[in-house]
Ligand binder design. Structure first.
Ligand code: HEM
Length: 556
């Protein structure tokens, strides 16, 4: 009792004690999803206490999700949970659990529902829709080849416009953001559209991606930010809609063709209900691409034409967003490593000129003509971009180091793991890439450090030492990247399993060709580079903090 009498005389101490008691009580309470599962007799994951009411473990997750998650796995094992902003988050690692999560069907562990719930307020919830296999097939590596001349042409035109004169200074972050937006739009909506409307879409994308405030998100009133964002979104949608109407007319009596671009595919599938019977299963980037008819999907011919057009616009808009955001920050990550290092700029220049000469677009078109003329069944010439192994490996190292997001799902039903633990329905599930990229077993003692030599000259497995630096003794895939399959667990930044990123071939092509065209035409000196990178807790590339300002000089 004496202690309470003492406290009563010190109001501040009383207030602090009361807050501590409340925090203590709250941190002990299991999450409501756990309570429901426990009531049903299920074993739930061990829980890392969340020290703050309402925000839960937001601060620890915000500072460095990877460190928080590694600490959690060390303490609680392969599966543990915590509360962030009232949501239940379950973190999963270990091969069997990762395979269980990444191979689960969408109706059980949903990628779309997870992103819709957490990020829908930023871009609108309706863009998170599953895409059918017939459409995904337009993202295969052969489609990347066909789109390459258009991407190179758009890049060339863009650089001509931006770098006027012989020398200058540029904010590289803004430039890359805009250029990748122009390229993404060209990729999804066609090169013709990209050249004409790319910069306008890029400006509006910039508003959507950067112009939001917590105040406007929480405010019951319509703020100026909300109005700007709505106008930007509507403008992009109006442009894409005009393109959709044009293509609907163009493809009215046309069957699907191998030469269709991505937008043609959308129109064939979503407007005319056509299915590609010739899809080569193995050429689809997605390991579990069995979502030809996502659950609940109806035959488009059964819905009104205007609704079909709207669905095409929404799908295209969602994909432009998906293609742009991560590719843009990945390109920044790559260039912020390359531009301060003249020796690597020279290696990339040489690789590009060795394979495509001084007139890259003409050389690439000639290569495409040769490949298209190759009779069926005969071995085809390997793409010059695929032959640039060193270039691809250097990019893979940039992505490996900066792609420390991972995979995010929402449990739409209770998910039982083989260790007897159940992920309760309603939880968000995260598999973080950081423990993989920082694993000494795979990359030695300095896995977090950018060092392309580890991929350029991998060490034979018997000679690999976990305490060594700059090493890697695993396998590389066609992109000269550490394998991304869930069974190998070498690199999970592009996801794996059912939702493995189908656009990664396009991402490599966009970044490699734009980097090469910049380096071949200009010298660069970095004035200031990003201060640091904030690792994201969801899928994709870390986000840069600070300014990336660069002097450029035209090469003669
Ligand atoms: C370096 C650039 C890119 C990165 C880092 C990246 C990363 C990712 C990640 C982490 C996922 C989720 C995987 C999972 O949770 O299992 C994903 C999915 C996806 N990505 Fe990418 N991506 C990139 C570029 C692109 C591009 C250029 C496109 C389109 C052309 C694209 C289209 C998609 C689509 C459609 C999905 C959803 C797949 C599905 O639902 O099955 N991405 N990407």
């Amino acid at each position: 009792m004496a202690i309470f009498a003492q406290l009563a005389r010190h109001p501040l101490a009383t207030a602090v004690s009361a807050v501590l008691v409340v925090l203590f009580l709250i941190r002990r309470r299991p999450h409501r999803l756990d309570r429901a599962a426990i009531k049903a007799g299920l074993v739930v994951p061990p829980r890392a206490p969340a020290p703050f009411p309402f925000i839960g473990n937001l601060i620890a997750m915000g500072i460095h999700p990877g460190h928080f998650i590694i600490r959690g796995h060390k303490k609680y094992g392969d599966v543990f949970s915590t509360t962030v902003m009232q949501h239940n988050f379950v973190f999963v690692t270990g091969k069997s659990h990762i395979m269980r999560v990444t191979s689960a069907p969408e109706r059980q562990l949903s990628l779309n529902e997870a992103y819709k719930d957490l990020f829908g307020f930023i871009v609108g919830t309706e863009i998170f829709v599953p895409v059918s296999k017939s459409v995904f097939s337009a993202l295969t590596s052969s489609r990347v080849e066909a789109m390459t001349p258009a991407l190179m042409h758009v890049t060339q035109r863009y650089l001509e416009n931006k770098f006027k004169g012989d020398m200058g200074k540029v904010d590289m972050q803004l430039l890359i953001n805009e250029l990748v937006a122009v390229l993404s739009v060209s990729l999804i909506c066609g090169g013709d559209f990209g050249l004409e409307y790319g910069p306008e879409v890029a400006d509006n994308m910039n508003i959507l991606e950067t112009d939001y405030s917590v105040f406007s998100a929480l405010s019951p009133f319509e703020t100026a930010v909300v109005r700007r964002r709505r106008a930007a979104r509507l403008r992009i949608m109006a442009l894409v809609e005009a393109q959709a109407r044009k293509r609907v007319e163009k493809l009215r009596d046309q069957p699907m063709k191998p030469t269709d671009d991505y937008f043609d595919r959308l129109v064939h599938v979503m407007f005319y209900g056509r299915v590609d019977k010739t899809i080569d299963e193995t050429s689809i980037a997605n390991e579990f691409a069995d979502n030809d008819k996502p659950e609940g999907e109806v035959d488009p011919r059964d819905i009104p034409e205007e609704e079909r057009i709207y669905n095409i616009v929404i799908s295209a808009f969602g994909l432009i967003y998906g293609a742009h955001t991560n590719t843009s920050v990945s390109a920044m990550a790559h260039l912020c490593e390359i531009l301060p290092r003249p020796e690597y700029m020279d290696i990339l220049r040489k690789d590009f000129v060795d394979h495509l000469g001084n007139d890259a677009i003409t050389s690439f078109k000639a290569y495409l003509t040769r490949v298209n003329a190759t009779p069926r069944g005969q071995p085809k010439e390997v793409s010059p971009f695929v032959q640039m192994r060193t270039t691809n490996r250097i990019l893979s190292e940039s992505l490996r180091v900066h792609l420390d997001g991972g995979m995010l799902r929402k449990a739409l039903e209770d998910v039982h793991l083989d260790n007897g633990v159940t992920i309760p329905k309603g939880s968000f599930v995260i598999i973080n890439a950081y423990p993989i990229l920082a694993s000494p077993r795979l990359y030695g003692a300095d896995g977090e450090t950018w060092n392309p030599n580890r991929l350029i000259k991998p060490i034979p497995p018997g000679e690999f030492d976990e305490s060594s630096t700059g090493g890697f003794s695993g396998k590389l895939d066609d992109l000269q990247s550490p394998l991304v399959r869930s069974s190998d667990l070498q690199m999970s930044g592009f996801g794996s399993g059912r939702h493995l990123c189908p656009g990664r071939f396009h991402a490599y092509r966009m970044i490699n060709q734009m980097t090469a065209q910049m380096l071949v035409n200009f010298d660069f000196v970095v004035e200031s580079n990003f201060d640091k990178w904030w690792p994201v807790p969801y899928g994709g590339t870390a986000r840069p903090l600070g300014k990336f300002i660069v002097f450029w000089k035209r090469r003669v």
